[in-house]
Design a protein around this ligand. Structure first.
Ligand code: SAM
Length: 212
């Protein structure tokens, strides 16, 4: 996975590469029948109409955050917990929010099984952020928003970084946002396709399709 998918696509941060070599990705794929595909170049289903993201996207988003080991990071969309585990190796503490209780519980179990002890998960609407634990050095959103929720900017420290897919229901642009004293600096990182960020400042819940 690292040699054929990440390095050829220009993932350079050795700490990201080390984390992706270390965390056993297959454990985060709930269906054992899919374990043989767990290191392949595409997302996989994790139940509840949600997915574990493509390895390259996990690496790109993590590298873009430019985390230091002393930093505090907020993740929106725990999903399988795989991205959470990668973040936990690069940050001091990870706060992760998932709206679907079953996924949050399953992720907690897998993270505990690999002794990931610097992660706190809560079941809530992540479009509100986590004001009680703010400010954060970095925020990562692993579901697609129609617009950037303003509270994410408010909950970032000055110098803090936000990575978030923004756009329509079926395709988005991965955005990097840096908070400075004078405002925010936005950078487009390329096209992507994520499930929907559902909540007060995201998409409305849809009974036929939970996630997009
Ligand atoms: N990074 C995850 C992984 O590697 O498994 C993938 C996450 S999946 C693409 C997106 C997740 O965001 C889903 O589990 C979905 O339930 C969650 N989600 C969507 N809207 C949310 C919200 N408002 N708050 C918290 N989680 C949300």
């Amino acid at each position: 996975m690292v040699e054929t998918q990440l390095i050829p696509r220009n993932i350079k941060d050795n700490r990201v590469i080390e984390a992706m070599l270390t965390i056993p990705r297959h454990l985060f794929v709930p269906e054992e029948a899919l374990w043989s595909q767990a290191y392949s170049d595409f997302p996989l289903p994790i139940g509840e109409k949600q997915t574990i993201s493509q390895p390259y996207i996990v690496a790109l988003m993590t590298e873009t955050l430019e985390l230091k080991k002393t930093e505090k990071v907020l993740e929106i969309g725990t999903g399988s917990g795989y991205q959470t585990a990668i973040l936990s190796m690069l940050a001091d503490k990870v706060y992760s929010i998932e709206r679907i209780g079953l996924l949050a519980a399953r992720a907690r179990k897998v993270l505990d099984s690999i002794s990931c002890s610097n992660v706190v998960i809560k079941i809530a609407d992540g479009t509100l952020g986590w004001p009680e634990e703010a400010p954060f050095d970095a925020i990562l959103t692993t579901a697609a928003a129609p617009d950037i929720p303003q509270c994410y900017i408010e909950q970032l420290k000055v110098g803090g970084r936000l990575v978030i897919p923004v756009g329509g229901e079926y395709s988005q642009v991965l955005m990097k946002v840096v908070k400075t004293r004078g405002g925010v600096i936005k950078q487009e990182m390329g096209g992507c396709r994520f499930v929907k960020l559902i909540g007060r400042y995201g998409w409305k819940a849809d009974f036929n399709n939970n996630g997009g």
